[in-house]
Design a protein around this ligand. Structure first.
Ligand code: A3P
Length: 295
């Protein structure tokens, strides 16, 4: 698919104070017509926190570990991305039309922009959070390869923007904290990428309990294998390689890039790390949330 160049590298657009990819900002109006169902399950994350991984795990769970069924379509079709919209590609809302219940849905929206119907219908949410330093590095590479983002500039300038919340979806700090607080009033399973790396089986058990399902041990083992970084990297239905190169250029950086915890250490300078830690301490001072930036 040939894409016009004018739809890429556009400046972010602010909606209710939240900077967004322009096309996603445009999708928020039409998204008002979206009706949540009580049996929907929402996967919510700040970008680059393990969204695709958890989506694949949940699709496998919903299909009793049947790998063939999970090959039926790319992950962004199997788990519609609510606010997704890019000219020339099916929007999240369009993908939803063909999605049978019970539906898996994905969003990165902060609460200020989340469709109210999801809260009204008490839709269960699985939130996945990842330590901010690895998110920043992963986001930088993603900005490079996914041209719906503005140009990332140098790593140093991107890190400054990330710290200031001037990247698509706004500040990481606010996102992870507001969804953490929401679990006091809304059914949310709050997971950490680092815990999933450490012990995927333990985290899959948590997911099964939360969604009220059970699976035989051997099926869980199959899911762990099928959703390992190594397998997902090679799986065209999980690795975004079916999209046009104009949109995502895996030669610039693969979507399935490294899949590890602590990669930030090879990117942050000592000075950047000190500055980041000081800012982080200030932003997270009042939060009970604790992250691990290494395992
Ligand atoms: P890196 O860029 O650090 O490698 P999202 O799906 O939210 O966009 O997150 C993408 C990040 O999750 C990328 O991180 C990607 O490599 C990593 N990832 C995707 N699938 C994974 C898996 N099965 N195991 C571990 N990490 C995974």
């Amino acid at each position: 698919m040939e894409q016009g160049q004018d739809i890429f590298r556009l400046p972010l657009e602010y909606v209710k104070g939240v900077p967004l990819i322009k096309h996603f900002a445009d999708a928020l109006g039409p998204l008002q017509s979206f009706q949540a169902r009580p049996d929907d399950l929402l996967i919510s994350t700040y970008p680059k926190s393990g969204t695709t991984w958890v989506c694949e795990i949940l699709d496998m769970i919903y299909h009793d570990g049947d790998m063939e069924k999970c090959q039926r379509a790319p992950i962004f079709i199997r788990v519609p991305f609510l606010e997704f919209s890019v000219p020339g590609l099916p929007s999240g809302l369009e993908s939803l039309k063909d999605t049978p219940a019970p539906r898996l849905l994905k969003t990165h929206l902060p609460l200020a922009l989340l469709p109210q119907t999801l809260l009204d219908q008490k839709v269960k949410v699985i939130y996945v959070a990842r330590n901010a330093k690895d998110v920043a590095v992963s986001y930088y590479h993603f900005y490079h390869m996914a041209r719906v983002h503005p140009d990332p500039g140098t790593w140093d300038s991107f890190l400054e923007k990330f710290m200031a919340g001037e990247v698509s979806y706004g500040p990481w700090y606010q996102h992870v904290q507001e969804w953490w607080e929401l679990r006091n009033t809304h059914p949310i399973l709050y997971l950490f990428y680092e815990d999933m790396k450490e012990n995927p089986k333990r985290e899959i058990w948590k997911i099964l309990k939360f969604v009220g399902r059970s699976l035989p041990e051997e099926t869980i083992d199959r899911i762990i294998q099928y959703t390992s970084f190594k397998e997902m990297k090679e799986n065209p239905m999980a690795n975004y390689s079916t999209l046009s190169r104009d949109f995502m250029d895996h030669e610039v950086s693969a979507f399935m890039r490294k899949g590890i915890t602590g990669d930030w250490k090879s990117t942050f300078t000592v000075a950047q790390n000190e500055r980041f830690d000081a800012y982080y301490a200030e932003k997270m001072a009042r939060s009970s949330l604790k992250f691990r930036a290494q395992l």
